[in-house]
Ligand binder design. Structure first.
Ligand SMILES: *Cc1c(COP(=O)(O)O)cnc(C)c1O
Length: 231
């Protein structure tokens, strides 16, 4: 067994454990493998274990891997900071974007989404801890942004994403995830039935149990699948 196969087996046990302890259904949870800095070969190994959703943070690096792995049925997620000059390529090459935090970026993604691909799935990144160094819409502005993004024709607003700052215990880690869940519920009260959010993109290698407890639907895991990142 390769290290990656072994890691995935252990990770799946961890996730099943978390699900069992939290009264969740495993069907409501999906695993997104974060492959930034990792090779196309590593990604191929992970597909051998049945993972077909991968996330990348850097566009140029992602495009190279997308081209190399064209023959595999991979769904690509963009999770990194997104500038205006990158939106076209993201709209053309990805199925999901988790890091939308401005209307201007969402508008460009919608305008630039090719018709034949169907709607681009979107999560709004929320800056829960109000960290100046981190991107994300503030909690106060999230509702307004969600209402505007939900109106864009080529996008499907699916939910919210957050990267809370590191906290030590599971109880401490649950606090921001609970806040994100409540924010999603609050936004849903204002959206039409056909536009309700169904996604919470939260939980990484160090805090996935806490995220499962608080209703995560997409776990974004890098290190615990691929090992330490290459620099
Ligand atoms: C790198 C990254 C991850 C994965 O983090 P790990 O701690 O390696 O699991 C998840 N989400 C985002 C947005 C990232 O940039």
């Amino acid at each position: 067994m390769t290290a990656i196969e072994n890691n995935i087996a252990n990770l799946r046990k961890r996730i099943l454990n978390g699900v069992a302890q939290s009264d969740r259904n495993i069907r409501d949870l999906s695993l997104l493998a974060v492959s930034k800095t990792k090779s196309a070969e590593d990604i191929r190994l992970a597909t051998n274990c049945g993972i077909f959703s991968f996330a990348e943070n850097y566009l140029q690096e992602a495009l190279e891997k997308i081209a190399l792995l064209e023959s595999l049925p991979i769904e690509w997620h963009f999770i990194g900071p997104l500038q205006s000059n990158k939106t076209k390529s993201v709209a053309e090459n990805f199925g999901w974007v988790h890091s939308v935090d401005r209307l201007k970026i969402a508008q460009r993604l919608s305008d630039q989404r090719p018709d034949h691909l169907g709607p681009l799935n979107i999560c709004l990144q929320v800056n829960l801890d109000n960290e100046i160094s981190k991107s994300g819409v503030s909690v106060a502005d999230a509702q307004h942004l969600a209402e505007a993004v939900s109106q864009l024709p080529k996008l499907k607003l699916r939910g919210l994403m957050a990267i809370p700052k590191a906290r030590e215990t599971i109880d401490q880690q649950r606090t921001p995830f609970k806040q994100l869940r409540q924010l999603k519920d609050q936004i849903n009260r204002q959206l039409d039935n056909s536009k309700k959010l169904d996604t919470l993109s939260m939980g990484m290698s160090a805090d996935l149990e806490a995220a499962i407890f608080e209703g995560s639907t997409i776990l974004r895991v890098g290190t615990d699948i691929f090992g330490k990142r290459n620099t």
